[in-house]
Design a protein around this ligand. Sequence first.
Ligand SMILES: Nc1ncnc2c1ncn2[C@@H]1O[C@H](COP(=O)(O)OP(=O)(O)O)[C@@H](O)[C@H]1O
Ligand SMILES: N[C@@H](CCC(=O)OP(=O)(O)O)C(=O)O
Length: 372
Amino acid sequence: MQSCIASAQRIVVKVGSSLVTNDGRGLDHDALSRWAGEIAAVRRQGRQVVLVSSGAIAEGVARLGWAKRPSALHELQAAAAVGQMGLVEAYERCFKAHGLKTAQILLTHEDLADRTRYLNARSTLLTLLDLGVIPIINENDTVSTDEIKVGDNDTLGALVTNLIDADALIILTDQRGLYRADPRKQPDAEFIHEYQAGLPELEAMAGGAGSSVGTGGMYTKIIAAKRAARSGASTVIASGREAAVLTRLSEGEAIGTQLTAGTSRMAARKQWLADHLQVRGKLGLDAGAVAALQDKGTSLLAIGVATVSGEFLRGEMVCCVGPDGREVARGLVNYSAADARRIVRLPSSQIEAVLGFVDEAELIHRDNLVLL
Ligand SMILES: Nc1ncnc2c1ncn2[C@@H]1O[C@H](COP(=O)(O)OP(=O)(O)O)[C@@H](O)[C@H]1O
Ligand SMILES: N[C@@H](CCC(=O)OP(=O)(O)O)C(=O)O
């Protein structure tokens, strides 16, 4: 079996607290610099990598000199604020050694649930990737209360995978991968090399909570793989302590457990767009725009749109009809109905002069567009 990472162009790598902080003893600088070096090599191949790193709370606890992880929310949040400083400072230094810039992104559940903020987070991340920057993501623990928390970074990694349409999610942890039972309790448990993501029996294999340092355990990794598969991404769970783990995976070596997505990325995205969103408005396209969408697979530009009907906000779903009134596509629109009405028929270069700002050059980006 060849690892799915071999052909992945856009990869999300998630590293857990126990790895990042050496089981709570403080940041493992050697490990961080090893992963940074491997990620830099993957980048040099023209591939894009986003890092989701846990460890803020564990590192904060270590920096504050506390004997154990507190249970009070305000103390956890204080520890996260202290520890996050150490995390990003260490990552910046490690990536700088390979000539790479880093960016800190702290997300909350709301950033991914709200359509407008979802699109903003998406375009910021894609812009950073285009600029060759390595985004370092964590949950914004200091403002995330229990009710609005993503809760664990396995889930956050999967949400980011969905958000940026990544091809694959790599979850690095302190075990070789998934066993049929928790190897801490059953040392002879059978190792799983490959399985289809989302199958219910996987959930039974993963025990409950993880280590005293991390939060998720194997269960959240299994659920993360199921979620990642919804946008067509496969997940690999592997040990971050395995020598050259990222390099070897990117060369196709089958290490760890691969949880393979059943559907392709494009099919999954189309299904998601088709299933989940209500159509809020309609764009009337000219014949040239219809041809560009259908024949060349381009994004929809304002210049090819003649009419706008309905009331919609940025990030909502609109349908696109041709001059004969037939629906040709659906997609998430980058401008509200009011703004769209002011920029239709105009070249993208004039959007700023008319609106005073530019959200995106396209009215609908091709990644957010489904042809019918
Ligand atoms: N079926 C299983 N296979 C492997 N590990 C399991 C399984 N069930 C539970 N675990 C536990 O999950 C732990 C990893 O989760 P966690 O401590 O949250 O790591 P991380 O900080 O990397 O997210 C392992 O150390 C292991 O004890
Ligand atoms: N945002 C938290 C991460 C919590 C978490 O999910 O940890 P883990 O299960 O080790 O990946 C932190 O940085 O401490």
